[in-house]
Design a binder for this molecule. Sequence first.
Ligand SMILES: [Zn+2]
Length: 260
Amino acid sequence: MSHTGGKEGVLLLSPRERARYSRQMMLFGEEGQELLKDATIFIAGAGGLGSPVSMYLAVLGVGTIILADNDTVERTNLNRQILHTDNDIGRRKAVSARETLEELNPDITVKAIDATIDAATIRSLTGKADGIVDALDNYPTRYLLNGIAVEKGIPLFHGGISGFFGQATTIIPGITPCLRCIFPNPPPPEVFPVAGVTAGFIGMIQATEVCKYLLCRGDLLANRLLLWDGMQSRVEELPIERDPSCMVCAEKAPSRERSA
Ligand SMILES: [Zn+2]
């Protein structure tokens, strides 16, 4: 795995940061913490998955978190979208998310963007991020994220939830299958049930993957699709392979996916 995250050791830690991160620097040292501070992660969505992912990446000390969402907080969101509180109902999710993350950790930069993720915006939104987190709830937009991740060679941390079921995998362009290899066709769109704990569980797997990727530590969830059944408390893993005729990532793909 190649590490694409930035200029090592350029950003030094303040005494306050050394105190904030002291318990985790026992694991990966000051150098590891500086790698995290140097990193930029783009999170698509400030909802059920985007909430736990962004909150834990914030307290982890990922230096720049870019979050995009174009929704307003509704009461029906609050069983799972823990970035937002009852007082935020009616407010823009981007604003509410930024406030929560800045309160959690004033030592990071949070760029919360009130924007629709579509074919026109995705290139600039993802910028030069070191990683892209799929915290979406629909496949058409996921395919857009996947397309830009493959095109730019940025890892994509996929998570999906429904009820007490969840799934996650880490996509390293050119090495692992892309999202289209795994799911060539989108499931029909529907309003599906979600237990907040499922979003929390899958979000933690995604955040853990981002952390390991940035630190170049451990084994990523690459070439493996993790499946979680919360009702049975069972984790399964499916081996996954690249599709040599994938319309997005095949070596001889006629053209990159541009829209879904
Ligand atoms: Zn593919």
